[in-house]
Write a protein that binds this ligand. Structure first.
Ligand code: SF4
Ligand code: SF4
Length: 358
């Protein structure tokens, strides 16, 4: 995905697609579900996945509602893999049992994310560690895909300390952990209190990944302090959100723009919409779009981006030693331009990607 993202700026890196709007839960802060919608017809979902494949999409993420309520989710995952994209799933985890996890393995799922909001269920959310812990143990035992547990901070979460306990449990089970900041109905920031900020810093201290750190550092350090981010939101171009009606929107929180049917979406649409300034960008908290933008920044300014990431990592932890894969990336992208071109061409060949002039 990384290499393909580097190869061209003319295709979507990440598309989030909704196979069903219905959810079995009803978290009070959520505006992305209903209680009644039927699943999108499988033949129609396959058509949409094929179209995303034609546009050259690198990652296709099933989201909802609750995507595991779709009866043919495994068929859809297989189609994503057959189109050469990475298949990922965002779920509340309620329907995960060993047999379901093994079917996701067999379908070729690459990555799964579960958001857990609290330790004990309350009237805001039932996505709770107490309810889901057994599922996490099953995932640790049976899953062949990567797993990230996302804990959440924000004004609707009653016990902010829960986020730390959830992240610590995720690390204990060998999963990645991230922390999301709740947004309002427009994807906009709800600033954190001093106590919540302290918990956020402790959760970041649990992580070791260079790029997860970089992501936190680049965007979330501003977000948690209530400061704007200076970035270009690539939604509509490098990031797409496909609703259950098959329309392309900027993201889950900016539905209605541009609302063009996916089947009619062209490369011109990708370039035009991706380039448009978004007024909601400075206080946006939609982390998957931040990550997409970070990859784009890496593509256009590899030297500055990677050196900044490494420098910030060392500032936070002076004993940190650059791991071997990152040293390789440094050689590929940061050192002199001849080395960079040679390594870049080799990587593209290894991954079967032809370099585009775009
Ligand atoms: S589980 Fe997810 S989709 Fe369902 S109501 Fe909660 S946040 Fe929304
Ligand atoms: S800045 Fe982009 S990702 Fe964020 S809310 Fe606006 S359109 Fe969505």
């Amino acid at each position: 995905m990384f290499v393909r993202a580097m190869a061209s700026a003319r295709h979507p890196i990440l598309a989030q697609i909704i196979p069903i709007r219905r959810c079995n839960l009803a978290c009070t802060y959520c505006n992305e579900f209903d209680r009644h919608s039927p699943p999108v017809l499988t033949a129609e979902m396959l058509r949409r996945i094929d179209k995303l494949g034609e546009l050259g999409t690198s990652i296709i993420t099933f989201s909802g509602g609750e995507p595991t309520l779709h009866p043919d989710l495994d068929v859809l995952i297989r189609r994503v893999r057959a189109r050469g994209a990475i298949a990922t799933l965002i779920t509340n985890g309620y329907f995960l049992v060993p047999e379901r996890i093994k079917r996701l393995n067999a379908a070729g799922l690459d990555y799964l994310q579960i958001s857990i909001d609290n330790v004990m269920p309350d009237d805001v959310s039932k996505k709770s560690l107490k309810v889901l812990d057994r599922k996490l143990e099953w995932l640790a035992e049976y899953a062949e895909f990567d797993i990230t547990i996302n804990s959440v901070l924000g004004s609707d979460i009653r016990e902010p300390e829960d986020a730390y306990r959830i992240a610590a449990r995720a690390r204990e089970l060998g999963f990645n952990s991230t922390v999301g900041i709740l947004h309002d109905g427009g994807g906009q920031l709800q600033p954190l209190s001093a106590a919540q900020t302290g918990i956020y810093e402790r959760i970041v201290g649990l992580g070791t990944g260079l790029f997860s750190f970089a992501h936190f550092d680049a965007f979330q350090q501003n977000i948690i302090r209530g400061n704007p981010n200076d970035w270009h939101c690539p939604a509509g171009g490098r990031f797409l959100y496909i609703c259950e009606d098959g329309l392309v929107h900027y993201c889950s929180q900016q539905r209605g723009y541009p609302a063009i049917p996916l089947q009619q979406y062209t490369r011109e649409d990708l370039i035009r919409e991706g380039a448009k300034p978004k007024g909601c960008a400075p206080f946006c908290t939609i982390s998957c779009v931040h990550q997409t933008a970070m990859l784009d920044e890496f593509r256009t300014r590899p030297r500055e981006t990677l050196s900044g990431i490494i420098q910030r990592r060392k500032e936070r932890d002076p004993d940190w030693r650059t791991p071997v894969p990152v040293r390789l990336l440094e050689r590929m992208f940061v050192r002199d331009s001849r080395t960079r071109d040679r390594f870049g061409a080799l990587a593209l060949r290894l991954f079967g990607v032809s370099r585009s002039k775009s």
